[in-house]
Write a protein that binds this ligand. Structure first.
Ligand SMILES: Cc1ncc(COP(=O)(O)O)c(C=O)c1O
Length: 381
């Protein structure tokens, strides 16, 4: 089945009791049993819920995986992956990474004994030089948040496989419409479902997808044992959201591409970070690895003052200033104080994330209105 058909049909069966075409919101905490242990496959809603089951199947299908497992947020999904490991195990991750992932690794799991190495994976041609006997996981995020670096998933997954190391890819920025890490050899895909999969800025959720039965069993165990599960109403909203994922992503990519080209030509704009621009260092790799360049564009102004960057963000009218990305409406974020506020300033500066960086989540509005808004916000002063 091709992508759009899967986005609309995968995981969703007519409701067995009524024939309802849309999976109902099973708003229940428990299920009546005929006799102890004799039930219809559902016992308690932390363990399973039919609305969640439908969504998990749909997400697995979109990522060409066997198992989908949903969590209460993207970070809860990452937390579940990290709980697979024990003190002394080493994990390699890109230094340019979502700030909350960095905070979870450094502030929660490092004190518990996991060892993290943050490296500029983009520049590493021989990842195996970095792997030690204790390395158990290479965590990847590509494109990265917020500098849109591109990492070669296939190359890294191949080396890791030979060394018995797992790879998990945060595929939030690409969405399954643009990139399928399992097809490139990764073991686990992670999503902040909150973003493009949900797509309407009304849900917080995370998901993991894998084709490995043993890993899936462990991750499902953690889902139930730790209990960070999404509610059925959120699962319903995401099931609805993904039915238009392909259409939304096409427009996000088109609009972001035009915004990036416009910004790059603007006399007051400095560096523009967008993998679709031919001078982006990861452009060729992105063209080979992805089916489009995504909806996020970051940029700096030539007048690199903090005040000017803040004034520009404050002036935006169509772009709403706020955290997050991937919704139908355009958003503008200040990574240093928002998405990456959990990363110490010296670490941010080390990876090239300036206090003046502006990140745009380009929505699916009319692109002329988006460009006009940026034009007036960047202004002439
Ligand atoms: C790339 C990336 N990964 C993970 C997360 C965390 O997801 P959530 O906010 O759903 O916990 C985010 C959130 O911004 C993100 O941008």
């Amino acid at each position: 089945m091709k992508f759009a058909t899967k986005a609309i049909h995968a995981g969703v069966e007519p409701d067995p009791s009524t024939g309802a075409i849309m999976t109902p919101i099973y708003q229940t905490s428990t299920y009546v049993q005929e006799s102890p242990g004799k039930h219809k496959g559902y016992e308690y809603a932390r363990s399973s819920n039919p609305t969640r089951t439908a969504l998990q199947k749909a997400l697995a299908a979109l990522e060409n995986g066997k198992h989908g497992i949903c969590y209460a947020s993207g970070l809860a999904a990452t937390d579940a992956v990290l709980k697979l490991f024990k003190p002394g195990d080493e994990i390699i991750a890109p230094s340019d990474i979502y700030g909350g992932t960095y905070r979870l690794m450094k502030r929660i799991f490092e004190p518990l004994g996991l060892i993290f190495k943050f490296v500029d994976i983009e520049e590493v041609s021989e990842i195996d030089r970095l792997l030690s006997g204790n390395t158990k996981l290479v965590w990847l995020e590509t494109p990265t948040n917020p500098l849109l670096k591109i990492i070669d998933i296939g190359q890294i997954a191949q080396v890791c496989k030979q060394r018995g190391v797992l790879t998990c890819v945060d595929n939030t920025f690409a969405s399954p419409y643009l990139q399928n890490p399992l097809d490139l050899g990764a073991d686990i895909v992670m999503h902040s479902v909150t973003k493009y999969l949900g797509g309407h800025s009304d849900t917080v959720m995370g998901a993991l997808i894998t084709s490995d039965d043993e890993l899936a069993a462990q991750l499902k165990f953690i889902q139930n044992a730790s209990g960070a599960v999404p509610g059925p109403q959120d699962c319903f909203l995401v099931l609805r959201g993904i039915k238009t994922l392909h259409l939304r992503m096409q427009r996000h990519c088109e609009n972001a591409g035009q915004v990036a080209v416009w910004l790059a030509a603007h006399p007051k704009v400095g560096k523009v970070y967008y993998p679709g621009l031919p001078d982006h260092p990861g452009h060729e790799l992105a063209a080979a690895q992805m089916r489009g360049f995504g909806g996020v564009v970051s940029f700096e102004l030539k007048d690199d003052s903090y005040e000017k960057a803040v004034r520009t963000m404050e002036r935006m009218e169509v772009f709403a200033l706020g955290e997050s990305l991937g919704g139908v409406e355009s958003l503008c974020t200040h990574p240093a104080s928002m998405s990456h506020g959990g990363m110490p300033r010296e670490e941010r500066l080390k990876i090239g994330l300036k206090d003046t960086l502006i990140r745009l989540s380009v929505g699916i509005e009319d692109v002329e209105d988006l460009i006009a808004d940026l034009d007036q916000a960047i202004g002439t002063d």
